[in-house]
Ligand binder design. Structure first.
Ligand code: OGA
Ligand code: MN
Length: 258
């Protein structure tokens, strides 16, 4: 019995070391491509989907968290509507920030946006059991670029190519020959903040991105319009076959004007 316990703890230790090795080896490679990517698509994707590790320091993470927490902790996590793009979350928007945190957001603006960012910054708090299902942010409410800082937890973001023919946002959806039902769905979707187009990863190409705690991702142009994005649930949270522990995660997301 003792032997058994010991061998299982050795196995645990080995697994842990293996993960550390993977993490070290891939510090510069945070993207895992799946499926057959046309070369041009892949080049554009690499240009338009960037992850910057250690964008903020531990002290900055804490200072952002301290500003958000008093408000956030009073909200309750939403688990009610399974149809919604996000499950197990609470969210808010914030315009006024303490000066030291405003400085961090200025850094996001400098690095991710040519012009200005929207005055309201979006804060999304995802419970340990929460999940962001595949969606595309509506072109009605958000421009070419979405940039997010991850606090408190690593996570894996998956981007799956949508079918550009089947999936077009806006009025072009309402063209002749479409069934009424589709038109109605399209109309409702146009209103929604997050669209959930079909983008099946089988027979398709997609990419998994490791988003380390304290990193910044910058999703723009093709990555923003032609791919759905999602944050994998904790059971599915793996990168290059290594489990990535996803706990509570807060993201601070800046967008530009449509
Ligand atoms: C969203 C979203 C990603 C994140 O709120 O629409 O995709 O990093 N969030 O939390
Ligand atoms: Mn989104």
């Amino acid at each position: 019995m003792i032997l058994l316990n010991r061998s299982s703890s050795i196995r645990h230790l080995l697994r842990h070391c293996h993960r550390q090795v993977i993490a070290a080896r891939n510090k510069d490679n945070l993207t895992d491509f799946h499926g057959k990517w046309p070369e041009k698509e892949q080049q554009n994707f690499i240009k338009d989907m960037r992850v910057i590790t250690d964008f903020i320091s531990e002290a900055e993470e804490q200072q952002l968290h301290e500003e958000i927490e008093p408000y956030m902790s009073r909200l309750r996590y939403e688990f009610d509507h399974w149809d919604d793009a996000i499950h197990g979350f609470r969210e808010t928007e914030r315009k006024k920030w303490y000066p030291h945190n405003r400085d961090i957001l200025e850094r996001v603006r400098d690095i991710a946006f040519q012009g200005s960012i929207m005055p309201y910054v979006h804060i999304l708090d995802l419970a340990p059991d929460g999940v962001i299902k595949p969606h595309v942010d509506s072109t009605r409410y958000c421009g070419t670029t979405i940039a997010g800082i991850s606090l408190l937890s690593d996570s894996v973001m998956r981007l799956v190519r949508t079918d550009a023919q089947k999936y077009e946002q806006g009025d072009s959806l309402n063209k002749a020959g479409e069934s009424n039902e589709n038109a109605a769905t399209a109309a409702a979707e146009t209103e929604a903040y997050r669209h959930q187009p079909a983008a099946l990863k089988d027979d398709n190409f997609y990419a998994d991105l490791l988003l380390p705690r304290r990193s910044l991702y910058i999703m723009s142009h093709t990555a923003r319009y032609n791919f759905t994005h999602e944050i994998l649930a904790k059971e599915e949270s793996k990168f290059l076959n290594a489990p990535i522990e996803k706990t509570r995660r807060i993201s601070i997301i800046c967008r530009n004007e449509p």
